[in-house]
Design a protein around this ligand. Structure first.
Ligand code: PGA
Length: 248
């Protein structure tokens, strides 16, 4: 039985005033039946840890493949761990685009994260052009093979399917399109890692998840929750999405 997971990816948003939003979320979902993960900018991890307590998990948005060294501006997996994180988002399309990260880079980061006892939320997704030219499943298969290391299990891996064209655009794939990709990922994980791990890894959907579409998305088979960007930035927007997952 996979425990449902809803993750908020704040991206490069948030300062200490955002912590008040987390207090509101906590009042509403302190003992939720689903796992709630907050991924703030690294500057807020430590303060968020104090507020989150046992109610929420916290995670970083990226880590370096090395554990320490001369990499100005980067953050290592052990540093995230030290700041209280138990998850790290890896291979988000914004990192792949803005920082030229390849699937092989993502795989190296994932290995380091796993060896540091972090759970990697590895993001996959096709561009609009790839979707329109019928390449979606090929792209997902390739990203899955090359971004996910061999060392994974259900405790240290979460997959997030995030079509690039749906991120921050308000455009969402049909339930059939989401279901097709999630089933495809489930089958690929089962073939590669065996039925026990393949069935237990959680697969999230991400890309313009809102209060208005969450119920429909969470009803799709093999959707175990969501990775939420814009709508995770206020308690008023995020709380109904959490509630939709709790009721799914
Ligand atoms: P969005 O972002 O919910 O704002 O579309 C999702 C993500 O990039 O993780």
């Amino acid at each position: 039985m996979r425990r449902k997971l809803v993750a908020g990816n704040w991206k490069m948003n948030g300062d200490s005033t955002f912590l008040a939003e987390v207090e509101i979320l906590k009042a509403a979902h302190a003992s939720s039946t689903v796992e709630i993960l907050l991924c703030p900018p690294a500057t807020l991890l430590d303060r968020l840890r104090t507020i989150a307590g046992a109610s929420f998990s916290i995670g970083g948005q990226d880590c370096h493949a090395a554990t320490s060294g001369a990499h100005t501006g980067d953050i290592s997996a052990p540093m995230l761990n030290d700041a209280g994180a138990s998850f790290v988002i890896l291979g988000h399309s914004e990192r792949r685009q803005d920082h030229g990260e390849s699937s092989s880079d993502v795989c190296k980061k994932a290995k380091t994260a796993i060896s540091t006892h972090l759970c990697g939320v590895i993001c996959l997704g096709e561009s609009l052009q790839e979707r329109e030219s019928g390449e979606t499943l090929d792209v997902i298969a390739d990203q899955l093979t090359s971004s996910v290391p061999d060392e994974v299990n259900a405790e240290n891996l979460v997959i997030a399917y995030e079509p690039i064209w749906a991120i921050g655009t308000g455009k969402v794939p049909t339930t059939g399109q989401i279901g097709e990709v999630h089933n495809f990922i489930r089958t690929a994980l089962t073939e590669r890692f065996g039925p026990e791990t393949g069935e237990a890894v959680r697969i999230l959907y991400g890309g313009s998840v809102k209060n208005t579409n969450a119920v429909e998305i969470f009803a799709i088979p093999n959707v175990d929750g969501a990775l939420v960007g814009g709508a995770s930035l206020s308690a008023a927007d995020f709380s109904p999405i959490i509630t939709a997952l709790e009721n799914s």
